[in-house]
Design a protein around this ligand. Structure first.
Ligand SMILES: Nc1ncnc2c1ncn2[C@@H]1O[C@H](COP(=O)(O)OP(=O)(O)OP(=O)(O)O)[C@@H](O)[C@H]1O
Ligand SMILES: [Mg+2]
Length: 450
């Protein structure tokens, strides 16, 4: 199967699943040999790739009839899903593809996999490739899972004996059990992906392309896939994956590409790419907020001022992990409120709520709000992930119904606490058990910063 020059193959069976093999130039097993200058060879080379789609605008039958043979052309429009993409991917690297919805990630992945042809530009690949791009790719709905495995393999040119030898491994990895003898049209989305991924990894690819399809698998299967991807990394295989889980990209990928409106905005370390992508998202969020029509104040309540300080001083630059912050919220209501609640929420740059509290939750007994009041919240140890955070402040009634909310009232960003991962960076220590004299404790920021 391996070695020797062979015509690149790519096949689709049915409209559900797709696994491709492109064995442009045979490549040795395992860790790829280094080039003469000691660097990993380039296995995917993309030059000036552009992809144009033609979008038909005549969406009604009547319109089609009316425009038939006349102004029909005017009713289709060119859309450039990719523009000027040039990248090299080295053997053994794991590359994340990041970008907002519709930015061209799946299109690029399909072009890398040879499933779509670029309108202009070239893509060169070295090694055997497996692509897991569309849900259920490569399967015929009327055939059973078992028949699909053999059909898939046959299309990929894998000898039947080899499939028979690998069949148990595929079945076991997929975890779909007796459903293997059920027609795949009765499979759930997760079952499709389980079988497709199991087949893809068993075709022994040098390059694995994975779109977000893995996200439909359950937690246990996703973990299994991630373990497999890590195993592939150790074996020096090349992995290119699309993910909206920024933590996962930072964790798993060494390199990442950021696409926006079909153009490469950044290609470099995964960490910098994630930051770059967050900046793009933030820019869009701000633009959308500005574009939204200014709302008439529908309620009598108002958040009049919000200030964010650390140890009483304004926050300039990055906040040290473990630092204290004070959130001071001033509110007003046109009428006196006997019972009221005031609080704040902190969201990270991808819009996930990472923290929040309010006076009701904190059990504070507040006197009636006689039109204005100011509440200060003190958070003694902020252990959030790095990157920008947004503070929203609100006034609500005693049932938690918002009377006023000021979104993005303040922002702050934390220094990267490299000892920990994730959106919360609690301090931890490590000790080797059973070795009283061995001290493995790493000084944690929460202790050292005090
Ligand atoms: N076959 C097609 N015909 C016309 N337009 C298409 C086609 N495929 C993709 N597009 C358009 O190209 C753009 C990029 O699509 P693509 O699927 O690559 O985005 P994406 O970055 O993968 O987005 P998402 O995060 O939502 O998966 C979109 O505007 C999409 O509408
Ligand atoms: Mg996509």
């Amino acid at each position: 199967m391996r070695g020797g020059r062979r015509r690149s193959q790519e096949r689709t069976i049915g409209d559900i699943a797709r696994v491709t093999v492109a064995d442009v130039q045979g490549q040795s097993e395992g860790q790829p040999a280094l080039d003469s200058d000691g660097t990993a060879p380039v296995v995917v080379s993309v030059r000036d790739v552009e992809k144009r789609f033609t979008i038909r605008k005549d969406n009604s039958l009547k319109e089609r009839v009316v425009t038939l043979g006349r102004a029909g052309r005017r009713h289709s429009e060119d859309f450039w899903a990719l523009r000027g993409v040039s990248i090299d991917i080295s053997a053994g690297s794991t590359v994340g593809l990041l970008g907002p919805n519709g930015s061209g990630k799946s299109t690029l992945l399909k072009i890398l996999g040879g499933i779509l042809e670029p309108t202009t530009g070239t893509v060169r690949r070295r090694g055997r490739l497996a692509a897991l791009i569309e849900l259920g790719a490569g399967m015929h709905p009327d055939l059973t899972g078992r028949e699909n495995v053999f059909l898939n393999a046959a299309v990929l040119g894998i000898p039947r004996e080899e499939v028979e030898r690998r069949f148990d491994a595929i079945l076991q990895f997929s975890g779909i059990g007796d459903f293997i003898d059920t027609q795949v049209k009765f499979y759930s989305s997760g079952m499709y992906v389980r079988l497709a991924f199991a087949v893809a990894i068993n075709t022994d690819p040098d390059i694995l392309l994975v779109d977000e399809v893995l996200a439909v698998g359950d937690e246990q299967f996703q973990k299994k896939c991630l373990d497999k991807i890590r195993e592939f990394q150790q074996q020096g295989r090349t992995i290119i994956l699309v993910s909206h889980a920024l933590g996962q990209v930072q964790d798993l990928c060494d390199t990442a590409l950021v696409l926006s409106d079909g153009e490469v905005k950044f290609y470099g370390s995964a960490r910098d790419a994630v930051q770059n992508f967050r900046d793009i998202l933030e820019g869009r969020r701000v633009a959308e907020a500005e574009a939204a029509a200014p709302e008439e104040n529908p309620t009598p309540g108002e958040v009049t001022a919000v200030s964010l300080t650390s140890g009483g001083a304004p926050i300039t630059g990055l906040l040290a992990p473990g630092a204290t912050i004070e959130v001071t919220v001033s509110v007003a209501n046109e009428t006196r409120l006997d019972r009221w609640n005031c609080g704040f929420l902190i969201e990270n740059s991808v819009g996930n709520l990472v923290y929040g509290t309010d006076t009701l939750r904190l059990g504070s007994t507040l006197p009636p709000l006689d039109t204005t009041a100011t509440v200060q919240f003190i958070v003694p140890k902020v252990v959030l992930g790095n990157g920008k955070h947004f503070v929203h402040a609100f006034l609500s009634d005693e049932r938690g119904e918002h009377l006023a909310i000021q979104r993005d009232a303040a922002t702050f960003a934390l220094e990267d606490e490299w000892r920990y991962l994730g959106s919360h960076r609690f301090a931890a220590t490590a000790t080797l058990l059973g070795e009283p004299d061995s001290e493995l404790s790493v000084p944690a920021f929460a202790e050292t910063s005090e």
